[in-house]
Ligand binder design. Structure first.
Ligand SMILES: NC(=O)c1ccc[n+]([C@@H]2O[C@H](COP(=O)([O-])OP(=O)(O)OC[C@H]3O[C@@H](n4cnc5c(N)ncnc54)[C@H](OP(=O)(O)O)[C@@H]3O)[C@@H](O)[C@H]2O)c1
Length: 228
């Protein structure tokens, strides 16, 4: 059990990649905080982790609301005494040409993917600076190059890398990296690209996250880690 006594918050872990990350890290012995907006989903994932012999709690929260973010962090510290790791995974996809994208749709993508990542880093870094923390921000291959019909999404995932690189230079005791997967077979991918085959299974992304958590020294501060 390589992550025993480590507490990890995984945002958006009621389904999709986040669910696989939560369960994978629990198998390594981590205390996992499952959080998202859909109560039934986070409760189910947390229960499955506990039923399998792991240790998990669920806390409902929207990453775009600072009060919720603070509550998730404070409840984690109350329950486990500290917060060691954060996986900023919650995300919103959108596939539209730029001229078809509504302002509200653009804002929603930026809110979840960028503001959510910002709010978690802003509130968690001070809690981690004394205890050698680790933050993994889930960006995307779409955070490395522009892709037609993914303008808003690409902009948000490029921004996640900017936040990661800047924050990485501001901290003393926290490792901060971005993970940039190619396409992953989840509900988001199926909704955006019906009938197409994804590059990766969510298990493969979860495996990479587990490797970063177990061996953070293998990765450079501020690195964008690409997997395809
Ligand atoms: N699938 C891909 O091809 C792919 C490739 C590269 C990167 N990624 C990134 O990987 C991450 C996970 O994607 P996925 O494919 O697993 O997507 P997904 O299946 O759509 O799941 C998204 C997750 O984010 C949560 N979420 C959305 N908005 C939220 C909010 N405002 N507050 C809290 N949680 C929120 C959702 O839960 P609720 O709706 O219940 O809140 C859900 O658990 C995202 O950041 C995505 O951009 C995905």
């Amino acid at each position: 059990m390589k992550l025993e006594n480590k507490s990890v918050i995984v945002t958006g872990s009621g389904r999709g990649i986040g669910e696989y990350i939560a369960k994978r890290l629990a198998r390594e012995g981590a205390n996992v905080i499952v959080t998202g907006r859909t109560a039934r989903d986070i409760e189910n994932v947390s229960k499955e982790i506990n039923d399998a012999g792991g240790r998990s709690i669920f806390i409902k929260g929207d990453v775009t609301i600072e009060k919720d973010v603070k509550e998730v962090i404070h409840k984690t510290i109350k329950e486990f005494g500290k917060v060691d790791m954060l996986v900023n995974n919650a995300g919103k996809g959108l596939k539209k040409y730029i001229w078809e994208t509504g302002v509200e749709e653009f804002e929603e993508v930026m809110d979840v993917n960028v503001k959510g990542t910002f709010l978690y880093m802003k509130n968690i870094i001070p809690e981690m600076e004394n205890s050698k923390g680790l933050i993994i921000n889930i960006s995307s291959g779409a955070g490395k190059e522009g892709i037609p019909e993914l303008g808003a999404y690409c902009a948000s995932k490029f921004a996640v890398i900017g936040l990661t690189e800047s924050a990485a230079l501001e901290v003393n005791n926290v490792k901060i990296v971005a993970l940039c997967p190619g396409s992953v077979d989840t509900g988001m991918f199926k909704r955006l690209f019906p009938g197409e085959k994804a590059d990766l299974k969510p298990e493969e992304v979860a495996q990479k996250v587990a490797d970063i958590c177990i061996h953070p020294e293998k990765y450079r501060q501020g690195q964008s880690i690409e997997i395809y």
